[in-house]
Design a protein around this ligand. Sequence first.
Ligand code: G6P
Ligand code: MG
Length: 216
Amino acid sequence: MTQIKACLFDLDGVVVDTAKYHFIAWKELANELGFDFTEADNERLKGVSRVRSLEILLEIGGIDLDEERKEQLAAQKNENYVSYIRKMKPDEILPGVEDFLNQLRKNGILIALGSASKNAPLILKQIGLTHMFDAIIDGNSVSKAKPDPEVFLKGAEALNVEPTDCVVFEDAQAGIEAARNAGMHVIGIGHPDNLKNADFVMPGFEDMNIDKLKFN
Ligand code: G6P
Ligand code: MG
Protein backbone atom coordinates (compact mmCIF):
# COMPACT_ATOMS: atom_id res chain seq x y z
CA MET A 1 0.00 0.00 0.00
CA THR A 2 1.44 3.42 -1.01
CA GLN A 3 1.63 6.04 1.70
CA ILE A 4 0.59 9.21 -0.13
CA LYS A 5 2.90 12.13 0.67
CA ALA A 6 1.42 14.82 -1.58
CA CYS A 7 -1.82 15.83 -3.28
CA LEU A 8 -1.65 17.84 -6.51
CA PHE A 9 -4.75 19.76 -7.51
CA ASP A 10 -5.87 21.00 -10.86
CA LEU A 11 -7.67 24.33 -10.31
CA ASP A 12 -10.42 24.94 -12.88
CA GLY A 13 -13.20 22.38 -12.37
CA VAL A 14 -11.61 20.90 -9.25
CA VAL A 15 -11.21 23.72 -6.71
CA VAL A 16 -13.51 26.25 -8.42
CA ASP A 17 -15.96 26.31 -11.32
CA THR A 18 -14.34 28.85 -13.61
CA ALA A 19 -15.67 27.11 -16.74
CA LYS A 20 -18.76 29.34 -16.53
CA TYR A 21 -16.60 32.49 -16.77
CA HIS A 22 -14.47 31.03 -19.55
CA PHE A 23 -17.74 30.22 -21.33
CA ILE A 24 -19.12 33.77 -21.08
CA ALA A 25 -15.84 35.29 -22.28
CA TRP A 26 -15.38 32.85 -25.21
CA LYS A 27 -19.03 33.23 -26.21
CA GLU A 28 -18.75 37.02 -26.27
CA LEU A 29 -15.70 36.71 -28.50
CA ALA A 30 -17.43 34.23 -30.84
CA ASN A 31 -20.51 36.47 -31.07
CA GLU A 32 -18.32 39.45 -31.91
CA LEU A 33 -16.72 37.38 -34.67
CA GLY A 34 -20.20 36.54 -35.95
CA PHE A 35 -20.95 32.99 -34.82
CA ASP A 36 -22.46 31.19 -31.85
CA PHE A 37 -20.65 29.23 -29.18
CA THR A 38 -22.58 26.74 -27.07
CA GLU A 39 -22.05 25.14 -23.63
CA ALA A 40 -21.36 21.86 -25.45
CA ASP A 41 -18.59 23.63 -27.41
CA ASN A 42 -17.23 24.93 -24.11
CA GLU A 43 -16.84 21.35 -22.82
CA ARG A 44 -14.13 20.87 -25.45
CA LEU A 45 -12.04 23.63 -23.86
CA LYS A 46 -11.76 22.15 -20.37
CA GLY A 47 -8.13 21.63 -19.46
CA VAL A 48 -7.05 23.03 -22.84
CA SER A 49 -4.54 25.93 -22.99
CA ARG A 50 -5.67 29.46 -23.87
CA VAL A 51 -4.06 29.45 -27.32
CA ARG A 52 -5.39 26.00 -28.20
CA SER A 53 -8.85 27.01 -26.92
CA LEU A 54 -8.88 29.96 -29.31
CA GLU A 55 -7.87 27.70 -32.20
CA ILE A 56 -10.75 25.31 -31.40
CA LEU A 57 -13.15 28.27 -31.19
CA LEU A 58 -11.99 29.58 -34.58
CA GLU A 59 -12.39 26.07 -36.05
CA ILE A 60 -15.98 26.03 -34.80
CA GLY A 61 -16.61 29.40 -36.48
CA GLY A 62 -14.77 28.34 -39.64
CA ILE A 63 -12.42 31.29 -39.34
CA ASP A 64 -8.76 31.39 -40.28
CA LEU A 65 -6.59 34.19 -38.84
CA ASP A 66 -2.92 35.07 -38.72
CA GLU A 67 -0.85 34.66 -35.54
CA GLU A 68 -0.88 38.37 -34.68
CA ARG A 69 -4.67 38.59 -34.79
CA LYS A 70 -4.96 35.37 -32.78
CA GLU A 71 -2.72 36.84 -30.07
CA GLN A 72 -4.88 39.98 -29.99
CA LEU A 73 -8.08 37.95 -29.65
CA ALA A 74 -6.64 35.70 -26.94
CA ALA A 75 -5.60 38.81 -24.99
CA GLN A 76 -9.03 40.38 -25.47
CA LYS A 77 -10.79 37.22 -24.24
CA ASN A 78 -8.46 37.07 -21.27
CA GLU A 79 -9.14 40.69 -20.27
CA ASN A 80 -12.83 39.96 -20.31
CA TYR A 81 -12.34 36.69 -18.36
CA VAL A 82 -10.18 38.46 -15.76
CA SER A 83 -12.92 41.05 -15.21
CA TYR A 84 -15.12 38.15 -14.00
CA ILE A 85 -12.55 36.34 -11.88
CA ARG A 86 -11.59 39.59 -10.15
CA LYS A 87 -15.06 39.44 -8.60
CA MET A 88 -14.64 35.88 -7.30
CA LYS A 89 -14.98 35.34 -3.55
CA PRO A 90 -14.16 32.49 -1.12
CA ASP A 91 -17.78 31.27 -1.32
CA GLU A 92 -16.96 30.00 -4.84
CA ILE A 93 -14.64 27.27 -3.50
CA LEU A 94 -16.38 24.02 -4.49
CA PRO A 95 -18.10 22.09 -1.64
CA GLY A 96 -15.81 19.98 0.52
CA VAL A 97 -12.54 21.26 -0.95
CA GLU A 98 -11.51 23.45 1.97
CA ASP A 99 -12.27 20.76 4.58
CA PHE A 100 -10.24 18.24 2.62
CA LEU A 101 -7.29 20.66 2.30
CA ASN A 102 -7.41 21.23 6.07
CA GLN A 103 -7.39 17.47 6.68
CA LEU A 104 -4.35 17.10 4.45
CA ARG A 105 -2.46 19.82 6.31
CA LYS A 106 -3.34 18.37 9.70
CA ASN A 107 -1.99 15.02 8.58
CA GLY A 108 1.24 16.38 7.12
CA ILE A 109 0.34 15.63 3.50
CA LEU A 110 1.82 18.23 1.15
CA ILE A 111 -0.35 20.22 -1.25
CA ALA A 112 0.50 21.59 -4.70
CA LEU A 113 -1.39 23.26 -7.50
CA GLY A 114 -0.90 21.92 -11.03
CA SER A 115 -2.90 24.13 -13.37
CA ALA A 116 -2.60 25.19 -17.01
CA SER A 117 -4.04 28.60 -16.15
CA LYS A 118 -1.91 31.73 -16.19
CA ASN A 119 -4.60 33.28 -13.99
CA ALA A 120 -4.22 30.66 -11.23
CA PRO A 121 -2.42 32.99 -8.75
CA LEU A 122 -5.19 35.60 -9.08
CA ILE A 123 -7.95 33.00 -8.64
CA LEU A 124 -6.29 31.53 -5.52
CA LYS A 125 -5.93 35.04 -4.10
CA GLN A 126 -9.56 35.90 -4.78
CA ILE A 127 -10.83 32.73 -3.06
CA GLY A 128 -8.36 33.10 -0.19
CA LEU A 129 -6.60 29.75 -0.64
CA THR A 130 -3.05 30.76 -1.63
CA HIS A 131 -1.64 29.98 1.83
CA MET A 132 -2.88 26.37 1.69
CA PHE A 133 -0.50 25.41 -1.13
CA ASP A 134 3.09 24.34 -0.48
CA ALA A 135 3.87 24.79 -4.19
CA ILE A 136 2.07 26.48 -7.07
CA ILE A 137 2.82 25.37 -10.63
CA ASP A 138 0.65 27.18 -13.19
CA GLY A 139 0.54 28.20 -16.84
CA ASN A 140 3.33 30.71 -16.24
CA SER A 141 5.81 28.05 -15.20
CA VAL A 142 5.22 25.30 -17.75
CA SER A 143 5.92 25.11 -21.47
CA LYS A 144 4.15 21.86 -22.32
CA ALA A 145 0.39 21.45 -22.04
CA LYS A 146 -1.35 18.46 -20.41
CA PRO A 147 -1.32 15.51 -21.29
CA ASP A 148 2.39 16.24 -21.01
CA PRO A 149 3.35 15.46 -17.39
CA GLU A 150 5.51 18.60 -16.95
CA VAL A 151 3.12 20.50 -14.66
CA PHE A 152 2.77 17.61 -12.21
CA LEU A 153 6.43 16.54 -12.33
CA LYS A 154 7.42 20.12 -11.49
CA GLY A 155 4.96 20.03 -8.60
CA ALA A 156 6.47 16.83 -7.19
CA GLU A 157 9.95 18.27 -7.61
CA ALA A 158 9.01 21.50 -5.81
CA LEU A 159 7.65 19.43 -2.92
CA ASN A 160 10.65 17.09 -3.01
CA VAL A 161 8.51 13.95 -3.25
CA GLU A 162 8.57 11.00 -5.66
CA PRO A 163 5.82 10.92 -8.34
CA THR A 164 4.69 7.50 -7.07
CA ASP A 165 3.91 9.09 -3.67
CA CYS A 166 1.61 11.69 -5.27
CA VAL A 167 -2.06 11.72 -6.15
CA VAL A 168 -3.52 14.16 -8.66
CA PHE A 169 -7.11 15.49 -8.66
CA GLU A 170 -8.31 16.27 -12.19
CA ASP A 171 -11.58 17.03 -14.01
CA ALA A 172 -10.23 16.82 -17.58
CA GLN A 173 -9.17 13.73 -19.53
CA ALA A 174 -5.95 15.43 -20.67
CA GLY A 175 -5.12 16.06 -17.01
CA ILE A 176 -5.72 12.44 -16.08
CA GLU A 177 -3.37 11.38 -18.87
CA ALA A 178 -0.80 13.96 -17.66
CA ALA A 179 -0.93 12.46 -14.15
CA ARG A 180 -0.53 8.94 -15.56
CA ASN A 181 2.35 10.08 -17.76
CA ALA A 182 3.97 11.47 -14.59
CA GLY A 183 3.61 8.04 -12.94
CA MET A 184 1.17 9.33 -10.31
CA HIS A 185 -2.09 8.11 -8.83
CA VAL A 186 -5.10 10.06 -10.07
CA ILE A 187 -8.63 10.71 -8.86
CA GLY A 188 -11.11 12.02 -11.43
CA ILE A 189 -13.59 14.73 -10.47
CA GLY A 190 -16.78 14.45 -12.51
CA HIS A 191 -18.56 11.53 -14.15
CA PRO A 192 -16.86 8.17 -14.89
CA ASP A 193 -18.35 8.18 -18.42
CA ASN A 194 -16.16 11.17 -19.32
CA LEU A 195 -13.04 10.30 -17.34
CA LYS A 196 -11.11 7.17 -18.21
CA ASN A 197 -7.97 5.72 -16.67
CA ALA A 198 -8.33 7.27 -13.18
CA ASP A 199 -7.88 5.16 -10.00
CA PHE A 200 -11.44 6.22 -9.26
CA VAL A 201 -13.84 9.03 -10.15
CA MET A 202 -15.96 11.00 -7.68
CA PRO A 203 -18.48 13.79 -8.31
CA GLY A 204 -16.76 16.23 -5.92
CA PHE A 205 -15.09 16.52 -2.52
CA GLU A 206 -18.13 16.33 -0.26
CA ASP A 207 -17.55 12.69 0.62
CA MET A 208 -13.77 12.81 0.37
CA ASN A 209 -11.46 12.14 3.30
CA ILE A 210 -7.84 11.07 3.71
CA ASP A 211 -8.78 7.45 4.43
CA LYS A 212 -9.64 7.20 0.73
CA LEU A 213 -6.04 7.98 -0.25
CA LYS A 214 -5.07 4.32 -0.33
CA PHE A 215 -3.59 2.84 -3.48
CA ASN A 216 -1.76 -0.36 -4.30
C1 G6P B 1 -7.50 25.47 -17.47
C2 G6P B 1 -8.93 25.54 -17.98
C3 G6P B 1 -8.95 25.86 -19.45
C4 G6P B 1 -8.14 27.13 -19.73
C5 G6P B 1 -6.70 26.96 -19.25
C6 G6P B 1 -5.86 28.22 -19.43
O1 G6P B 1 -6.90 24.32 -17.96
O2 G6P B 1 -9.58 24.30 -17.76
O3 G6P B 1 -10.27 26.03 -19.87
O4 G6P B 1 -8.14 27.45 -21.10
O5 G6P B 1 -6.73 26.61 -17.85
O6 G6P B 1 -6.36 29.22 -18.60
P1 G6P B 1 -6.00 30.76 -18.66
O7 G6P B 1 -6.61 31.31 -17.41
O8 G6P B 1 -4.49 30.86 -18.64
O9 G6P B 1 -6.56 31.32 -19.91
MG1 MG C 1 -9.57 21.41 -14.89
